[in-house]
Write a protein that binds this ligand. Structure first.
Ligand code: GDP
Ligand code: GDP
Length: 503
């Protein structure tokens, strides 16, 4: 039986990180709670800084405790300090992550602590940290001798082995109690309601991220049966920091003119920036809201112009630019109107999963602006449904009139591209969408769609679970995608919707 927890957070599943100083406990803690702020709870009478984070692991709320800060509190031998620092926490632990340093190997303090830990009747996972690359393989093996089972080799600093560790933790947790299974909402201590999707970065809740899916906020607890698949995957390519965009379009649309216009006195990067190829450069452009990086594949374009006929669009340069950018600015010559090639580029943007902003350039030279705009909107409505609602900005790169509208439109699109819709809201929408329009019969039987979750952003990607969900006809899929777009404001970005059948 678990003793009555002595500390706040009672009743929660608890994972405690323990081990001697400097093995990487804090680093592991930070890694496990992801980018989310670690919560530092002052627990009077116990210790000064007890670091706690919360996480949702396979749909269950878990409290994560880092004992690193506790060490100095207890003067004594090293083992005495380790023990004092961990004792209180270990008492409450459902799982203890006992960390060793795979580089230095097992020390006497580790052995003492392991002996003590074995007597505490807690579930212990042995974590051999600092084992990046092949480093520490030997002492990881040596750690078998601690009698705490198979060491799990990880590198907290480099993020290696973390996913494996997390699923071991999930396996080691006690099975859900009946009460837990009945009360689906109990692990939603900080319910929030939100009308619109928010960028992932702004999600304020804590999570046991790395493993299951970062960013699984408490309110988004996933039903157990879908837990293995309904996991939010963080995009590893998500470059922190600056938003990266590209100007693409047919020859003579005004891309170079636009680049020069927004350039001003900004910096040009030709160096070995990640993601840049030999034939591309990146340029910082900015306005009062900050900087944006424009990648330019001018080198590729120039080569294409020599090799190919001038009129021919260089597809390789376009694709190259798309790959490097998060949001693509499609520049069209408004005097000529939307050309089939422009739509082709837009479809490429969609295929590559990028956000898109449409620029109607040469607006100074357009005679009937109202008619031009209408013609373009009509064409988009009919021929570009996969990018419904994309932002259209009209300006003149040559005179500069209206160009200041570009970056705000780009930022709004990037925000949508990065956004995540909370699972609770998503399923409330889903229920009403199904009610309004029940799924069709397929060979005489109604398909049962049961649950929806967003598994990725950049671009927003959703999975629907249900019996034979994969048999849903295309028009019903479109109905759901359009509903998602409208209800959560997912405009100007691709929306991916996948189906998973359940038995
Ligand atoms: P704690 O005292 O156990 O909380 O250890 P810290 O998390 O403060 O880490 C101690 C030192 O080990 C720091 O310098 C970390 O950067 C380093 N460290 C943590 N994890 C790793 C790892 O996976 N590999 C390597 N090489 N160093 C690590
Ligand atoms: P790119 O091939 O897309 O890089 O196009 P350029 O920037 O080289 O522009 C092609 C031609 O269109 C040049 O003669 C530009 O001066 C002209 N141009 C570019 N932007 C504008 C604009 O806003 N208004 C007008 N009237 N002409 C423009």
């Amino acid at each position: 039986m678990r003793p009555e927890p002595a500390l706040p957070g009672k009743g929660l599943l608890t994972v405690v990180i323990a081990g001697r100083p400097n093995v990487g406990k804090s680093t592991l803690f930070n890694r496990l709670v992801g980018r989310r702020q670690a919560l530092v709870a002052d627990t009077p009478g116990v210790t000064r800084d007890r670091k706690e984070g919360e996480a949702v692991l396979r749909g269950r709320l878990v409290r994560l405790i880092d004992t690193a800060g506790l060490e100095e509190a207890a003067p004594d031998t090293l083992f005495g300090r380790m023990r004092a620092s961990s004792e209180m926490a270990v008492v409450e632990a459902d799982v203890v992550l006992f960390c060793i340093d795979a580089r230095t190997g097992i020390t006497p303090a580790d052995e003492h602590f392991a002996n003590w830990l074995r007597k505490q009747n807690r579930k212990v996972l042995l974590v051999a940290n600092k084992a990046e690359g092949k480093a520490g393989a030997a002492s990881a093996m040596e750690a078998f001798s601690l009698g705490l089972g198979t060491p799990i080799a990880v590198s907290a600093e480099h993020g290696e082995g973390i996913a494996d560790l997390m699923s071991e933790v999930a396996d080691a947790l006690p099975p859900p109690t009946e009460a837990e299974m009945l009360a689906e909402d109990t692990h939603s201590p900080r319910r929030r309601s939100r009308k619109t999707a928010k960028p992932v970065e702004e999600e304020p809740s804590l999570s046991f991220a790395a493993l299951t899916g970062p960013d699984e906020p408490e309110e988004d607890a996933v039903p157990e049966e879908f837990a293995d698949e309904a996991v939010f995957i963080e995009d590893e390519t998500a470059a922190p920091g600056r938003l990266r965009i590209a100007f693409v379009g047919r020859p003579n649309a005004g891309k170079s003119t636009l680049l020069n216009r927004v350039l001003g006195e900004e910096r040009m990067i030709t160096g070995p920036e990640p993601g840049l190829t030999r034939d591309s450069v990146a340029v910082m452009v900015s306005d009062e809201h900050g900087e944006v990086q424009v990648v330019d594949t001018a080198g590729l374009r120039r080569k294409a112009r020599i090799d190919e006929k001038l009129e021919k669009m260089s597809t390789s340069a376009t694709i190259e630019a798309l790959k490097m950018a998060e949001v693509v600015v499609l520049v069209v010559d408004a005097v000529l109107g939307l050309h089939e090639q422009d739509l082709q580029i837009a479809r490429l943007v969609e295929r590559e999963g990028r956000g898109c902003v449409l620029v109607l350039n040469k607006w100074d030279a357009v005679e009937d602006r109202v008619a031009t705009r209408k013609a373009i909107y009509d064409r988009l409505e009919i021929s570009l449904t996969q990018m419904r609602g994309l932002e259209v900005v009209a300006f003149s790169a040559k005179t500069g009139a209206g160009v200041q509208k570009l970056l705000p439109a780009v930022r709004r699109t990037a925000e949508i591209w990065n956004s995540r819709v909370p699972t609770g809201e998503l399923n409330r929408w889903f229920d009403s969408a199904l009610e309004r329009h029940p799924p069709p019969l397929v060979s005489g039987r109604r398909l049962k769609l049961r649950y929806i979750t967003q598994v990725k952003s950049r671009p927003p990607t959703f999975v629907i679970f249900g019996t034979r969900a994969e048999l849903l006809p295309e028009d019903y899929r479109r109905y759901l995608v359009n509903g998602l777009r409208e209800s959560f404001g997912l405009t100007g970005v691709p929306v991916r919707l996948q189906f998973r059948g359940t038995k």
